[in-house]
Design a protein around this ligand. Sequence first.
Ligand SMILES: Cc1cc2nc3c(=O)[nH]c(=O)nc-3n(C[C@H](O)[C@H](O)[C@H](O)COP(=O)(O)OP(=O)(O)OC[C@H]3O[C@@H](n4cnc5c(N)ncnc54)[C@H](O)[C@@H]3O)c2cc1C
Length: 529
Amino acid sequence: MSDTIIIGAGHNGLVTAFYLAKAGRKPLVLERRPVVGGCATTEEFAPGFRSSTLAHTLGPLRPAIVRDMQLERRGVTFVRPDPRLVSLGTDGRALVFSTDPGRTAEAIRPFSAKDAAKYPEFCATLERVGAFLGDLVGMTPPSIDAPSPGELWDLLKTGRKFRSLGKKESFALLRWGPMAVADLVAEWFETDLLQATLAARAIHGTAMGPWSAGTGAVLLLAAAIDPVPGGSSVSAVGGAGAVTQAMADAAREAGAEIRTGADVQRILVQDGAVTGVELADGTRLPADVVVSGADPRRTFLGLIDPIELEPGFITRVRNYRCPGTVAKLNFALSALPSFRGLSSDIAASLHGRVHVGPGIDYLERAFDASKYGETSSSPYLDITFPSVPDPTMAPAGKHVMSVHMQYAPYALRAGQWEYEKSVLANIVLRTLDSHAPGITSLVEHRQVLSPRDLEEQFGLTGGHIHHGELALDQLFTMRPVLGWADYRTPIDGLYLCGSGTHPGNGLTGGSGQNAAREVLKGVRVRRRA
Ligand SMILES: Cc1cc2nc3c(=O)[nH]c(=O)nc-3n(C[C@H](O)[C@H](O)[C@H](O)COP(=O)(O)OP(=O)(O)OC[C@H]3O[C@@H](n4cnc5c(N)ncnc54)[C@H](O)[C@@H]3O)c2cc1C
């Protein structure tokens, strides 16, 4: 019999279940969809063609999680491509990013000798600042009102590390966070394509453009998990679903039970404490600890009787912003497209990501449209070809193209997503055609998922890919709301473990691992009481 219920078998829910089971709890994971994985699944979208349905690269995952869950022993083969990113310019040239700063600097040199000279210094600064922030990402955000002795100790250690950063990096850290990423990259580089490629990481999945204040903080958060400026391109053979399947195996082996097709309708509360959950079919399951991997708005506004929460708290959750701006497209292709600017061995360049968004103004204009409820006519695209590192994803000789498209606003000013999806797919193909002439003729099938689909099919409120905007006022001690960033909630025994909690930055497992630690702490405190 379970003592802990976890709502949702997204990767964070699975990580939480694993660590709780390892510590002797008996977690029961309830997932409303027929498969585990949440946003990290692999599905066949056309006969013989498989793709990571949504997320196509990994955060990357925290190394401790990979090790503890023994993901590689369970058959996960990680793909760590080099080059990791190819950025397509408008003049037919491409900028190729490697993990090694020296190699990337050489690739930058034909664009600007000055930028090539500065690039290694930028990498080193980002690495040092990222390493400092890596510690913050791993910790539970401290209480602002009344920090515990343990939290004060952690803060003291953080303060010491900050001082050891040195004047240049500590200054960079304080200045960069509130800045617009467009200003930040312009302080370093003059090449528009380079600036835009580096800035893209700070707007990925957000409702912000490169000129939005605070996008510097999103870049720093990304650097905390992977300091290489172009960002992570780690994927897995078999797609993101191969990773979450292995995570589910690890959680089961540790003692967790996982049920799919189990839609939690209500979190049950009595006298301010959680008592269990009720499923859509009316089944009631008791538990003295419930951990929700659903996003904060869905959890507090959708699953809990409002009478159980303070009106002030409800207002703050309502103000938590989740404006989805991403559409996901998976294309079945009869062959690999020929991109202008890449060497004759195209496949060798396509193990990692392809960036389309050749300038800062281009990215800002793409964002502008979404502010007024319109789809970008020249969108920012982040693309992978999962069938290049793993040919089993498509029939022999054919390929899969996975496209993350921004900006596609959740709320359209005119029209309905049901009808707009084919317009959107045509925009994406037209955009790509200028870089890979003839690509449209290679398309055999396409799957288009709008922000509405992300909400309806995957449970993401507002279609937001991070369970809520990654903005300065929704990070760290303020994620999801000030005063409740330590995975606890105003309801005794109810915790959060999904992306809507710190650090919440993609497929890293960070939120799930931090939450498990706090749940176990809470259980120990209760026992003592
Ligand atoms: C289109 C898209 C592209 C992305 N691309 C990337 C990328 O390339 N790299 C990257 O690192 N990240 C990417 N992300 C973000 C990343 O996928 C998410 O941040 C991450 O998967 C969130 O994991 P999670 O476990 O917190 O939540 P989820 O994966 O959302 O899991 C939550 C689970 O809870 C379930 N659930 C919700 N309500 C209930 C209920 N009432 N009862 C039972 N179950 C419930 C849901 O069905 C879901 O399975 C992308 C996301 C999207 C949507």
